[in-house]
Design a protein around this ligand. Structure first.
Ligand SMILES: C[S@@+](CC[C@H](N)C(=O)[O-])C[C@H]1O[C@@H](n2cnc3c(N)ncnc32)[C@H](O)[C@@H]1O
Length: 333
């Protein structure tokens, strides 16, 4: 009876509704030989079993499990996520697919160097950063990521008890100009100034506490055509606040740098981004490393097929870029 309950609990914890994007493209790009590296056929590029795969954004572990399966389970995994629920789920589901070592930490990928050091791992062969948040977080975080749910306006990824700075602090505490700059800079929202003014007018009467209050403020401040458009007018404002609260762009810069440093010669790092600010950071970083000798595997970012776009709306804005580390002989002499 007790075992039954445990099984049910495991089943409940293990369920992820997140649909991984660009799955085949990630597998192909990280573990198979590509034409640009000289091979005409698609072969697994890790002849010895047991490469180390670092997943900096483990989420529902969809990519991690698919990569493990493609290698018949013969790999070691370091899985990071700042969401403890993702790590708890992975503890249950990953051992069934991975034969090698599994290291799981609730940690920001910007601190991946510390995790590697703690576990005595000197380098890795593959890295994946699949940015943003998962459908699981969107649906059940109760922290206000979605403008479709009436929730407290927090937007904190990770442990809410440790993370004291929230979206409420921005909208209720920052100056009109700073709010406008965040919404414009991180959301690329053309009506940022109007929205910031409306937030400040609203909060003169009452603090902005919930997602629906913010959605209403945005709706009332933008022109009618924008309100009636296909995309919810609050989309970019929500994106901007989330990026600011979680310092996402700086975390990405740190993660790219530390991830590349941790790669073995010939190792690959893939990044899936979902908006132009992230993609530009990845593109610029790869260009910088190409000057030092790295091989950019995706000359143009890989995007989802029509089939995937039709069934998984998240995939429509996804861009995958992959780089292969090469030690520059001149700079390493
Ligand atoms: C798009 S989901 C990843 C989905 C995953 N690839 C899969 O197949 O299920 C992004 C995940 O990364 C986590 N995340 C986002 N930024 C992070 C960061 N800087 N450090 C650690 N985890 C992060 C989120 O909590 C979320 O679980």
């Amino acid at each position: 009876m007790q075992a039954d309950n445990r099984e049910k609990e495991a089943d409940h914890v293990a369920k992820s509704i997140h649909e991984p994007v660009l799955l085949q493209e990630v597998i192909g790009g990280l573990i198979e030989e590509s034409e640009s590296s000289g091979s005409k056929t698609s072969n697994i590029r890790y002849p010895i079993s047991g490469p180390w795969y670092l997943d900096g954004t483990l989420g529902g572990a969809g990519h991690a499990i698919a990569i493990a399966r493609a290698l018949d389970g013969d790999m070691n995994v370091i899985g990071l996520d700042r969401d403890i629920q993702a790590i708890d789920r992975a503890r249950i589901i990953l051992p069934g697919s991975v034969n090698g070592k599994i290291v799981l930490e609730c940690e920001n990928f910007r601190n991946l160097d510390k995790v590697l050091e703690t576990h005595g791992i000197s380098s890795v062969d593959m890295i994946l950063l699949d940015l943003g948040f998962s459908s699981d977080e969107l649906e059940s975080s109760e922290r206000g990521f979605s403008f479709q749910r009436d929730e407290p306006l927090l937007m904190t990824m990770g442990d809410p008890h440790r993370h004291l700075f929230t979206a409420r602090d921005i909208v209720n505490g920052w100056t009109e100009e700073d709010i406008a700059n965040v919404i414009f800079g991180y959301g690329e929202e053309r009506f940022a100034r109007r929205i910031a003014r409306a937030i400040v007018n609203y909060r003169a009467k009452k603090r902005v506490e919930t997602t629906f209050e913010l959605v209403e403020i945005v709706k009332m401040s933008v022109p009618g055509f924008y309100r009636r458009g296909k995309i919810n007018p609050a989309t970019k404002t929500f994106q901007a606040l989330r990026i600011a609260v979680n310092d996402e762009l700086n975390a990405l810069k740190d993660g790219l740098k530390k991830g590349y440093e941790a790669l073995n010669d010939g190792g690959r790092m893939g990044v899936i981004s979902f908006h132009s600010l992230e993609d530009k950071i990845v593109k610029d970083f790869y260009k910088e490393k190409a000057i030092e000798g790295a091989n950019i595997i995706t000359k143009k970012p890989t995007i989802a097929s029509d089939e995937e776009r039709a069934v998984n709306p998240r995939s429509r804005s996804a861009k995958l870029r992959i780089i292969e580390k090469k030690f520059n002989e001149i700079s390493n002499k």
